[in-house]
Design a protein around this ligand. Structure first.
Ligand code: FAD
Length: 324
């Protein structure tokens, strides 16, 4: 059955976030023969980004440019997206389960009077059903869900559905749409950045996370060096954040960020259940801890029992030898 899907793309610092390409791949899985329409909203003209979405599998792209979307607000973005959805009447919508996706999707679903499956990590078409898999109980189990009526609206967890290969020979129409956004009732006056520059933690393929065992803010420096060699991002346990070794924006876990990188290196982290909730679905987990009984070793694929201050410099040295 041929369907039309809208993929709400997300940008950061003028670039498309990887989850936008993963969302296109998810939409393509839902409707291999249907039409996938990318949607980019913002204050700057995004025609060049539209082309990028086409290379990653979108059939056509709509951009909506409006000064009132200079900063993200659910009110401004919501109006723009609803206007496009109204005109396009899609069978489904896919977007990333990011901070924006988490904020926007329930509001859109409610306005569209449809169901929403959030935080999907996989999508399969079984017979005539589209089945989504999503983690429950902090990742300790998975449920499979279907939408029985209305628009197939889903948010997907970053780093779980593989984006399609970039194909620069693909062509498609990139059009712009004017949307009249009513005066916003809330406006962003200033954005104060706390997260460190560099690789985005929630989308990183490699995460090096430090815990209370790192012992100080200075103790985090070798972790940054290791993350740098591996092209990854630095994260932390709440223990490390509470001890003021790093900013709370790095916290991973039940009350922090949920990450699913290809490689998660837990350094001086005991493996409390609340921490595991944010990283246990990582593809490969390496734990470095001086306590052989530490709980983190129960979920680690590889464990190094040792003093992190000896192990990390050795790792950096060896990795630098093989780094290209
Ligand atoms: P610790 O438990 O103190 O572990 C430090 C580890 O470092 C130890 O295993 C030790 O053996 C090792 N170590 C020490 N020195 C070295 C060395 N030189 N070399 C190698 N290893 C060394 N926690 C989170 O992380 N994320 C959350 O989102 C979160 N949410 C929470 C929500 C609630 C409601 C509650 C109650 C708690 C939450 N916590 C969360 C806190 C959680 O319970 C733990 O307290 C916290 O994860 C512990 O952090 P840690 O592993 O860094 O510290």
């Amino acid at each position: 059955m041929s369907k039309k899907m809208i993929v709400i793309a997300e940008t950061k610092d003028g670039e498309l976030r990887n989850v936008s390409f993963e969302s296109i791949a998810a939409a393509k899985k839902i409707t291999p023969d249907g039409e996938v329409v990318g949607l980019i909203c913002g204050a700057e003209d995004a025609s060049n980004l539209g082309q990028e979405l086409i290379y990653y599998g979108a059939d056509r792209v709509i951009t909506v440019t409006n000064e009132k979307m200079k900063s993200y607000t659910s009110e401004g973005y919501g109006q723009a997206i609803l206007s496009v959805v109204e005109e396009e009447s899609p069978d489904g919508i896919v977007m990333g389960h990011t901070s924006i996706g988490k904020d926007l999707s329930p509001k859109l679903a409610s306005k569209l009077d449809t169901g929403l499956i959030s935080d999907a990590v996989d999508v399969e078409v079984i017979g005539d059903q589209i089945v989504f898999t999503r983690p429950i109980y902090s990742g300790k189990a998975f449920e499979k869900k279907i939408i029985t009526d209305g628009i197939t609206f889903v948010t997907i967890r970053p780093n779980n559905i593989t984006a399609l290969e970039k194909d620069e020979s693909r062509t498609g129409n990139v059009s712009s749409k004017d949307v009249d956004i009513k005066d916003l009732r809330t406006i962003v006056k200033e954005v104060v950045r706390k997260a460190s520059e560099g690789v985005d933690l929630s989308e990183a393929k490699v995460v090096v996370a430090g815990g209370r065992g790192v012992k100080s803010a200075d103790g985090f420096k070798p972790l940054y060096e290791l993350a740098d060699v591996l092209g990854g991002a630095v994260g932390a346990s709440r223990g490390a954040c509470d001890a003021d070794y790093c900013d709370y924006s790095l916290q991973i876990g039940q009350t922090g960020k949920v990450v699913t990188p290809d490689l998660y290196i837990a350094v001086g982290i005991s493996g409390a259940i609340q921490h595991l909730a944010g990283m246990s679905n990582s593809k490969v987990i390496v734990a470095i801890n001086k306590d052989p009984e530490a709980n983190i070793f129960n979920i680690a694929d590889y464990g190094i029992v040792g003093d992190l201050f000896e192990v990390i410099p050795m790792l950096i040295e060896e990795l630098k030898k093989v780094a290209v």
